[in-house]
Every structure is written in C-alpha cells, then in structure tokens.
Design a binder for this molecule. Structure first.
Ligand SMILES: Cc1cc2nc3c(=O)[nH]c(=O)nc-3n(C[C@H](O)[C@H](O)[C@H](O)COP(=O)(O)O)c2cc1C
Length: 327
C-alpha cells in the first residue's frame, strides 16, 4: 500500500501537509514534521504588515526626529530587506535540510509586494507558492466585483512573473463561492487551498474591549470544509487542498473521499505536538488497509459531487432527509 499523491505537480509521499503557522517557522520543526511523515510543508507566511511594523519599530530608533527625508527611505528599505532576508534564510535552510517539497506562503495587501515577494521566494528555492489572499469584504464601499478583480489582477500578474506552481488560499467570504472558485481554477493556477482561518474577534466583558478569540480551530469546523470540498473538487480545473477542522485520521479520510487532493493541518499539531503527523498518517493507512485500498487514487473523490451534479439539489435532499426523515 502507498499514500503517494501528486499535488501542484509535485510528488508527495503523503497527502498530509503541515499548514502554514508558527510551527512551520523554524527548520528543526520542519525536519520533525518530515520525519513524522508530512508530505510537504507550507512555511509560516510572510506578512507585509509585519515588514512594515519592523520598519516603523526600527526607524523610530534610528530616524532623525521630524525630518526623515532620504535617510528614512534608506533605513526603511534596509529593515524591509532584513525582515525578508530572515524569511529567505528559512527557505534556504529548509531546502537544504528537507527532501519533501517546501511551499512558501505570502500574505500581502499591496499589488507590487505580491509580485516582489513571489519572485524572491522563487529565487530562494521554494518548490511552490501558497498565496494567502485574505482579502476580506469588510468595507461597505467594496463590491463583490472589486474583491474578485483584485484576485484576478494579482493572479494574472503572478502567472506572468513566476514559473513555480501557485496555490491560492481563500476564506469563505465570497458571495458566489462555487462560481468564483471555478473561475479561479481556470486562471492557470495549480491549486486552491480551502479554507483560510480568519482571526476571530471576541469581547472582554470585564475590560470592555475587543480581544482575539482562540486562534485554533475546533472539530465542528470540518463540516464546512467537507461540504465545499465535496461540491467543488470535481468542478475545479486545479488541485483542491482542504484545510480547517481536521482533528484525526478519519477526518483526513473524509476529505479525501470528498475529493481533496491533499489535506493541511495546523491546530491539531498545536494541540497534540508535531509527532501527531505520524498518528494522522497511520490512522489513514489503517483505514486504507481495513477497506482494502492500495492507493489514494482508488478512493479519492468517491463521495464528491460529479461535475454536472446540482449541488443545490443534493443539499436540499440532505436537508429533507434530516428534518423530514424521508429516505
Ligand atoms: C497559530 C496559527 C497561525 C497561523 N498562521 C498562518 C499563516 O501565517 N499563514 C496562513 O496562511 N495560515 C496560517 N494559519 C492557518 C492555518 O494554516 C490553517 O489554514 C488553519 O488553521 C486551518 O487549519 P486547522 O484547522 O488544521 O488549524 C495559522 C493557524 C494557526 C492556528
């Protein structure tokens, strides 16, 4: 039996990928994940805000008060280069020490920086890029068209400027999620990663202020990922990498049955440690053995919708089954 798959045109020994998070920001962790059977790793994202923060912090110390002028520009560029070069050192070291694919991750907000970092990540040796495009429709002035155009513009430009495979990591917040994911898959990208986790906001009722909610996902979040994986996997012209809500090997099996090409995990590694990757892999293999499957291809997408199926009918039937108990 083997668990080999092809994802973004790369050969992986397992469909299990360590998703981008704090755990994938140092090479010792990455090596442990490889030893525990990860098929690939997605490095912690480089955030444009983080670079800008570094620039502000450092220029505050060095810049002449009130008159930054050319020296400010010089220092700002130097700090940006320094932040970015730390990230490139991670990529280069990871490439040196790992034999599994290393996927870089970028999260920017300005058009130019998507392009700049993508080129630099490619030059630093990443096997593929995951673009964490967390463009949220927060502004009342922002229309669906505006959001979707931003995605298209960035992707089109990136396709022209880099050669390594690209996956787009998206959130749920699209008016026309199914249609737009299909359109994205037609742009020549190699994969879509569904879904990103947006930071949740909570309220501190003692201090009367906003605060961050727990950043780890909880098991029930799997069902949304499962639904959209089943609906979209056979309608996309690229790979679909499922993420959010995986807690054990059975969840991995479910997502593969729903048609995911690969599955990313983060929260369960925080909760159970990096070696949990080994447990997830062996639970997947035990299930395959129990069911008599020799390879992932034999069962991948068995429970996904077919390209011409109407998702609305399927969901309606499930709804009726549940509430009216008709079978
Ligand atoms: C602490 C933490 C940090 C994360 N940092 C990033 C990040 O830098 N870039 C990114 O694309 N996703 C990031 N994520 C999201 C994960 O990659 C993943 O998509 C999400 O947590 C859902 O998977 P899970 O249910 O297995 O946690 C982070 C998640 C956690 C829990």
């Amino acid at each position: 039996m083997n668990t080999n798959i092809e994802y973004l045109g790369l050969k992986l020994k397992s469909p299990l990928i360590a998703g981008s998070c704090g755990l994938t920001a140092n090479t010792d962790n990455l090596c442990r994940l490889e030893e525990a059977g990860a098929g690939a790793v997605v490095l912690k994202s480089i955030f444009e805000e983080q670079i800008i923060y570094d620039i502000k912090r450092n220029t505050h110390v060095y810049a002449p008060v009130g008159n930054y002028g050319d020296s400010y520009e010089y220092i700002a560029q130097h700090v940006a280069d320094d932040s970015v070069s730390k990230h490139f050192a991670l990529i280069r070291e990871a490439k040196k020490r790992l034999s599994i694919p290393v996927i870089g991750s970028i999260n920017c907000f300005s058009y130019e920086n998507w392009l700049t970092y993508a080129r630099q990540f490619q030059d630093a040796g990443c096997d593929a890029l995951e673009l964490n495009m967390a463009i949220m429709p927060f502004e009342t002035s922002l229309s669906t068209d505006d959001v979707e155009r931003t995605f298209s513009n960035i992707i089109q430009s990136l396709k022209k400027s880099i050669d390594i495979p690209i996956s787009i990591k998206v959130g749920h917040y699209f008016t026309d999620l199914a249609k737009f994911m299909q359109q994205l898959s037609w742009t020549g990208i190699q994969g879509i990663t569904m879904f990103n986790k947006s930071l949740q906001i909570d309220v501190d009722i003692e201090e009367l202020k906003l605060c961050n909610a727990d950043s780890l996902t909880y098991p029930g979040e799997l069902y949304n990922t499962l639904r959209w994986t089943a609906i979209l996997s056979k309608k996309l012209r690229c790979d679909l990498c499922a993420t959010t809500g995986v807690t054990d090997g059975n969840d991995v099996v479910k997502l593969l049955l729903a048609g995911a090409t690969a599955v990313q995990v983060a929260s369960c590694l925080y909760r159970n440690g990096l070696d949990y990757m080994k447990t997830l892999n062996s639970q997947l293999q035990q299930w395959m053995e129990r069911k008599g499957y020799e390879s992932i291809d034999q069962f991948k997408g068995k429970l996904s919708m077919r390209p011409n199926d109407k998702a609305s009918m399927l969901m309606r039937t499930q709804f009726m089954n549940y509430f009216a108990e008709i079978k």
